[in-house]
Design a protein around this ligand. Structure first.
Ligand SMILES: [Mn+2]
Length: 422
């Protein structure tokens, strides 16, 4: 997969060389680092997940893929274990040459000989990283024009390969299974963080290296805070809990939302709201087709939510015009329906200048995630106050329609109540 990614990347360079700087370790406190995760573009190009590395791509050379990385001295080996040998790295990552990072200054002069324009993600150089910074400061790039390669990555990452889709599918499957275990362990009186512990523990157990983003586990009215991550309230028997979670597997993350009743059964009011969001999501998923736009997907959800709120008399005025319906539901459904999904939860990918004009094509993966949130201070019937519902799935656009990569975890009311039966 990475060899193919590099092939496509090289095609986009028009013969120019590229220096791509990898992710760097950052001190958290004392001698402790934040958990390292390779930067997504560097990973996409190489699969190489050791920090403080630089890759040089040379389209015109017979050795087009060179890795510079820290080869550990014996003293460091004592503490951190041996680093893989250059030979082992060449074999595992398909590199044509591997050098210690300290050789960068010497080697780069020869590698870039005669180059006038190169691509380089200089913005990745962190001030606190002395290793990479010093080697960079000491090379003379004055006569070379430097272009930011981020647009190339954006274009390539918009379309997922079969291997990427399989990996995403694995991430969604882990997320679904871990969520199933979590909701089956759920009881009134527990704290949101205890649900988080069960979910994160189980997803790790099932093979997720980490979470793609901090889990949102929001009970009751906390669900009306769109990015609630405190996860520290006690849950009540009558609550709905909104889970917005995504386990990361081999660097690809799921992004799934489900809204689940603590006591195993939706109340009539909860079910009414839930059904509106589910109908909106189904309409939006139907609209997620090759040739349609992200706007088509969003408006399909908006129109269904408008109809639902009108029926419940939460919206009283009649609007036949979709843009007026859009304005009327905004208060209750204030976010977009979709974003790209892949290595990043809000993945890099090509949007049109106006995001809603972006045309969907096979190989794209988007989320479809309508929601309804009735904040407690809204001027509405009080039975709706504090209800927050979001349902989110990960949708692959195909030639003939789409495939729901996260269909494993049920969405229908009866199905959810069934999996919660003790
Ligand atoms: Mn999302």
């Amino acid at each position: 997969m990475f060899a193919e990614n590099r092939k496509q990347f090289i095609k986009s360079l028009n013969g120019c060389a590229a220096i791509i700087i990898g992710g760097q370790q950052i001190i958290r406190n004392g001698d402790v680092h934040y958990d390292f995760r390779q930067s997504s573009n560097f990973y996409y190009l190489t699969g190489f997940d050791i920090p403080n590395a630089i890759v040089v791509v040379l389209p015109k050379s017979s050795k087009p893929f060179v890795i510079f990385t820290e080869v550990r001295t014996s003293n460091k080996t004592l503490w951190d274990g041996p680093s893989p040998s250059p030979k082992a790295i060449m074999k595992k990552y398909g590199a044509n040459a591997v050098y210690d990072i300290s050789q960068f200054q010497n080697k780069i002069k020869h590698l870039l000989k005669g180059e006038q324009v190169i691509y380089c993600n200089k913005d990745q150089l962190l001030p606190e990283n002395k290793t990479i910074r010093s080697v960079f400061n000491n090379i003379n790039l004055k006569k070379i024009k430097i272009i930011d390669p981020s647009k190339i990555f954006t274009r390539l990452r918009t379309y997922k390969s079969k291997k990427e889709i399989d990996t995403l599918q694995k991430a969604t499957s882990i997320t679904s299974r871990a969520l199933l275990k979590t909701v089956r362990s759920m009881q009134a009186g527990m704290n949101e963080f205890q649900l988080q512990a069960i979910y994160e523990g189980e997803s790790k157990f099932l093979g997720a290296e980490r979470q793609g983003f901090p889990p949102i586990i929001a009970s009751g009215a906390n669900a009306c805070t769109l990015h609630y991550i405190a996860n520290n309230a006690n849950i009540k028997k009558s609550d709905l809990i909104l889970f917005d979670i995504g386990a990361e597997h081999e660097y690809y993350t799921a992004d799934i939302s489900r809204t689940i009743p603590v006591n195993g059964k939706f109340t009539k009011t909860q079910a009414q709201i839930y059904q509106i969001v589910l109908d909106a999501q189904n309409k939006a998923i139907d609209a997620a087709q090759t040739g349609n736009t992200l706007g088509d997907v969003h408006l399909a959800a908006v129109s269904e939510i408008y109809n639902g709120l009108k029926k419940l008399k939460i919206i009283k005025r009649h609007f036949s015009d979709i843009s007026k319906q859009y304005n009327a539901v905004k208060k209750f459904f204030p976010h977009a329906t979709s974003h790209w999904l892949g290595l990043d939860v809000h993945d890099d990918g090509l949007y049109s200048k106006n995001k809603y004009e972006t045309i969907l094509m096979p190989g794209m993966v988007i989320t479809v995630e309508p929601g309804l949130y009735f904040q407690t201070n809204f001027n509405i019937d009080k039975k709706y106050k504090g209800i927050g519902v979001r349902i989110e799935d990960d949708i692959l656009i195909t030639q003939t329609g789409n495939r729901n990569l996260s269909a494993q975890f049920p969405r229908e009311i009866e199905e959810i109540e069934k999996i919660l039966q003790k």
